[in-house]
Design a binder for this molecule. Structure first.
Ligand code: PGA
Length: 251
């Protein structure tokens, strides 16, 4: 099995105007974004209005670009939505799909997330499919069952290492400063790898990211856990020094 290169992905969520993006991306490139400075792959996912702008800012750097969501259809009468092909056209090579904030705020089902992942792949984007249990499910001891159900429902059976990344993001850990224990993260990732193998037949190369309150102080220990191939970072990705420190923590 080829070694999986770690991926540190920044999800800016609904944050950033042009001036903020210029400073954030400039500082990031200066710190860790030039080719060969860190061993991991670096990705930023700005809001849709900034994808083209950030594509220009990243030119010549080692940082790649993604969108935070895409529509399941290639085009059509879907006011306010953007397609995977539009993201690709604007310079993105990745798209996050099924983030818990989309699942909650927009009522996205596993089936819709699956369709979005397929649309992303059809447009030549790598889909980062997000899964994770709620706090109530965690407390009830249902985490592994929830993850199995979400994988079966929202990850394409055709997923390959080159087309798909899966992000484990416990909903209760997002933006809260709380994280599962290292043993819980490792157990969840091992389970995800096993379920992906059942679904796709080739899970070994598919990268699994942990997300939820990753910061410079916990990144090194999380990124060293077995089956953790990187991180999906929200809040800390809005600070260039913090995001760079997480990138440098990659083993
Ligand atoms: P957080 O968000 O790092 O702010 O917890 C993670 C995410 O939602 O991807």
């Amino acid at each position: 099995m080829a070694a999986r290169r770690q991926l540190i992905a920044g999800n800016w969520k609904m944050n950033g105007l042009k001036a903020d993006a210029g400073k954030l991306v400039g500082d990031l490139i200066q710190d860790v974004g030039k080719p060969g400075v860190v061993g991991c792959e670096l990705l930023v996912c700005p809001p849709a209005t900034l994808v083209s702008t950030v594509a220009g800012l990243l030119s010549g750097s080692a940082v790649v670009l993604g969108g935070q969501d895409c529509h399941a259809k290639a085009s059509g009468a879907h006011t306010g939505d953007i397609s995977a092909a539009m993201l690709r056209d604007a310079g993105a090579t990745y798209a996050i799909v099924g983030h818990s904030e989309r699942r909650t705020d927009h009522g996205e089902s596993d089936g819709q997330v699956l369709a979005k992942a397929q649309a992303a792949q059809a447009a030549g984007l790598v889909a980062i499919v997000c899964i994770g249990e709620t706090e109530a499910q965690y407390v009830a001891g249902q985490t592994l069952d929830v993850l199995a159900r979400q994988i079966a429902g929202s990850v394409p059976a055709s997923a390959k290492a080159a087309t798909t990344v899966v992000a484990y993001e416990p909903v209760w850990a997002i933006g809260t400063g709380r994280t599962p224990t290292n043993d819980e993260i490792a157990a969840a990732h091992a389970h995800i790898r096993k379920e992906l193998a059942k679904l796709t037949g080739e899970a070994a190369g598919i990268r699994l990211l942990y997300g939820g309150s990753v910061k410079p102080s916990n990144a090194a220990e999380i990124l060293r856990l077995p089956d953790v191939d990187g991180a999906l970072v929200g809040g800390a990705s809005l600070n260039a020094a913090d995001f760079a420190a997480i990138a440098r923590a990659c083993p």
